[in-house]
Write a protein that binds this ligand. Sequence first.
Ligand SMILES: [Zn+2]
Length: 101
Amino acid sequence: MSLVFEKGSLFSHDCDPNTREELFEKEHVNAGIKQIANGIGVRLIATKDIQPGDIIAIPYLYPSHITWSVQDRQNYLKTYYHFDCTCNRCIGELNEQKYSS
Ligand SMILES: [Zn+2]
């Protein structure tokens, strides 16, 4: 399933997101001819089952950053987005480190 939003919207970040963003060329049909309209759009592709009431979360990280350590992800998000990530993945990995050392 994918959703397309006309205006830029703010979605929550999660290091284990349930969607991913995909860029596409907007097009519309004018007199039977497909045309590119207003450049590039963004659509969200669900990567997990999403239940009613679930928060739609996207990764603020580049795909290659998803495999980073919790410290690297936290540093990146703090530097570029100015928040401490408290997603389930970060909390779980931080707790694992706390109790394994
Ligand atoms: Zn996180």
